[in-house]
Every structure is written in C-alpha cells, then in structure tokens.
Design a binder for this molecule. Structure first.
Ligand code: DGI
Ligand code: FE
Ligand code: FE
Length: 193
C-alpha cells in the first residue's frame, strides 16, 4: 500500500475539511490501536479510507448498491448518509485490491456500527466520533471513557447517536440499533433484569 499515493487520491476526492477530518481520524485511530493492541497497518488503512466515498454522486452509489450483492438494498430506504461506508468497502477492493475482510468491515460499518463489532470496527467507529474536530453533545464524556474502555466508549457513542436521531425524528438504521443493543450487553452484561 503506497500511502502517499493514496493521500493524493484522497485529497482529490474529498474537500479540504473532509481530508483534514480523515487525517485526524487516522491519528486518533492509531492512538486507540496502540492503547488497545490492534494492528497499526490495518488501522491506518481503514481510517484513511473510511470516508473515501463521502462525496461520490448519489446515483453512482445507488447503482453500486443495487448491483452489488454484498450491499443490502435496505440501505436505499434509508438516508444516503449511510451509503458511503458500504460503497467505499467495495471501491477500495476494486481500486486498491484491499481484500482484507476486517478492514473492509470496519469501513462498511463505520457510520452505524453493528452487532458483534470487532476491535477494528470499534476503533474506527470511535475515532470518527471523538476525533478532536468533533463537538457533539456528550463527546467529552466519550473521549474520557476512550482512555480506558474501548467498548464502553463505543456504547456511549452509539447511544448518543441513536438518541440524537430520535430527537430529530430521523430514522434509525437496524445496524445502529444492533450496535446499541449488543454494546449495551457487552458493557452491562447479559439481558436486562
Ligand atoms: O462521515 P462522517 O460525517 O465523518 O460521519 P458518519 O459516517 O458517522 O456519518 C454521520 C451521519 O450519519 C450523521 O449525520 C448521522 C448519520 N447517521 C448515523 N447513524 C444513522 C444515521 N442516519 C440515519 N438516518 N440512521 C442511522 O442509523
Ligand atoms: Fe463517514
Ligand atoms: Fe468520518
């Protein structure tokens, strides 16, 4: 993987602000990878590519979702904001030959999370939420938790996102609920009593 070439490609595809967000996500993800013992190489690739398709034309993303059997059609009934991760997981294999399933999954699920998140899923999901440019309500609590507990920090981020979407009367994609429920059980242990 030639990271310098990739960075040029990213800069051409993204706005300046989004490119800088990508670099901050990468730095944050690498700190988490070190703290929680994840592969530095996989973390770097997943973080750099996570928003690779953020500004792809909607019709192009829609066509990819319709024609690729790995991408659920259900995505098309939800906000197009949810499309760029799944589409990027396909594009990077086509363009860069990235076939590593863990990297592709972390990119695919970076917006929603999912049930049974891997450590790399959690690192990318969390880094995207807590990178220093973010100012969501409650983000400081999540940053603090991330210093010691990766899963609990992901839980708080997933909970805040679901809460935010509901307060705005937005729909919640099933994987966002699956992430919330599964992380809740990982943190608090088993089913509610
Ligand atoms: O791409 P980024 O802006 O860096 O961050 P992201 O990929 O996490 O996307 C954030 C957006 O996605 C934000 O506007 C909230 C939205 N989102 C996250 N989960 C869901 C969702 N939107 C809907 N409709 N449903 C979800 O479950
Ligand atoms: Fe994103
Ligand atoms: Fe992002």
């Amino acid at each position: 993987m030639d990271i310098e070439n990739l960075k040029v490609d990213l800069q051409e595809r993204l706005t300046e602000g989004r490119y800088e967000h990508t670099l901050r996500v990468t730095d944050t993800a690498l700190e988490l990878a070190e703290a929680f013992h994840e592969s530095v190489e996989n973390t770097k690739i997943a973080a750099l590519f996570h928003d690779y398709c953020k500004y792809d034309p909607l019709e192009e993303m829609q066509k990819t979702i319709e024609t690729n059997s790995k991408l659920p059609d259900l995505l098309l009934s939800f906000h197009h904001e949810l499309w760029h991760g799944p589409v990027a997981s396909i594009r990077i294999e086509e363009k860069y030959g990235i076939a590593n399933q863990e990297i592709k999954d972390a990119i695919f699920f970076h917006t929603t999370g999912r049930a049974k998140m891997t450590k790399l899923d959690k690192i990318i999901f969390l880094a995207d939420y807590i990178e220093p440019g973010r100012s969501f309500p409650g983000v400081d609590e999540v940053r603090d938790t991330a210093k010691t507990d990766l899963t609990k920090a992901c839980y708080q981020a997933a909970r805040n996102t679901v809460r935010f979407l509901m307060e705005k009367n937005r729909t919640v994609y099933p994987d966002s609920f699956h992430a919330y429920n599964d992380l809740n059980q990982e943190v608090f242990g088993g089913i509610d009593k």
